[in-house]
Design a protein around this ligand. Sequence first.
Ligand SMILES: Nc1ncnc2c1ncn2[C@@H]1O[C@H](COP(=O)(O)OP(=O)(O)OP(=O)(O)O)[C@@H](O)[C@H]1O
Length: 407
Amino acid sequence: MSHSPSLPDRPRLELDPEMSDGERLEAIRKHFRRIVQVNDEIEQRLEDAESRRSELQRDVDELKRENEVLKTSSLYIASVEESTEDGVVIKQHGNNQEVLTEAASSVSADLDPGDRVAINDSFAIQTVLDDETDARAQAMEVDASPDVTYEDIGGIDDQIRDVREAVEDPLENPETFETVGVEPPSGVLLHGPPGTGKTMLAKAVANESDATFIKMAGSELVRKFIGEGSRLVRDLFELAADREPAVIFIDEIDAVAAKRTDSKTSGDAEVQRTMMQLLSEMDGFDDRGEIRIMAATNRFDMLDEAILRPGRFDRLIEVPKPDAEARERILEIHTEGMNVADDLDLSGLVTDLEEFSGADLASLATEAGMFAIRDGRTEVTRSDFEDAVEKLDSAEETADRNIHYQY
Ligand SMILES: Nc1ncnc2c1ncn2[C@@H]1O[C@H](COP(=O)(O)OP(=O)(O)OP(=O)(O)O)[C@@H](O)[C@H]1O
């Protein structure tokens, strides 16, 4: 970078007392011309400097923008506590740290206590977020009285018995456990392939115990901003405490409780934090009253053992794919309200459907009904079911090419 040359010297008027008037006048004129010249030179310099300055300003703006982008690439969530003359007091979610900070110039909205904001690593507020209820609504499903009953679930009677014992009995007769002096299982983990009735089972047990069913999707928990997953877990348990008796059901728990991997990316750290929050909620659970916790996974092999320790998910119930007898029962349930031909032999039909889960069988019944409707008939026949099997098989082949379940 070159330095600008120094400014021209200030011209000096030198008058000799010996000078004649004419000489003086000439000297003053010369001095004046010199001053004008120096002035022009300085003005020129000023112009150059101005244009250099706007060049530099453009560079600065560009760098500021880049800096903003870098700073905003990973944001934390906080709530505004107070807006003061000295800045904004925020409380970070997850660790509850309170910080006095400022809002980035791009944040134009007035900040009010309770607003949810996203902050960067240096705690500067970057954005004001939408209402918290949106995030909760996406991650949680609350059903005060689910309508699934045990009779709607086919082929897993042993699992129903186990779940009733671990969830329903402690909710309905807590005193029996107290009198006998045993602790009911802390958490029940249902594991097995997709579509085998795990969610149904959790809903049914909530229904039959007159409890509120609160479902949280593990995958939603980890998609949020940093700090939000653990906050949602806390909310989940608070909500359950408000609504007790309640059954908490965490679906796809593997999303938050997978074995630790070697990578140390911030995503992983965030998932860990969410899991730690879940563990600490479960550990502090004894005195919370009538709340039972259930979870489900298709990826039991991937779970971190920390969540399976006593006092956590300590009752494991496997929900397998249905065998022939179970398939028949499930299909019976799903064709109960349908107008099926008298000669339809369900047991013959299901023998070959070895790969079919409960969910597949439910679709099979619907598809068969659709074939009858398309054909203008009101009765569903064996051939409708065969067409439906063919249709689902080919859909399954397409899906298999894309997804590979590792169960
Ligand atoms: N054992 C079953 N008896 C009757 N219907 C079943 C059974 N299993 C699954 N279904 C049908 O499949 C649908 C999906 O089942 P559900 O959501 O309970 O499966 P899941 O095991 O929780 O699956 P995922 O692991 O994919 O969440 C149910 O709504 C029901 O129609």
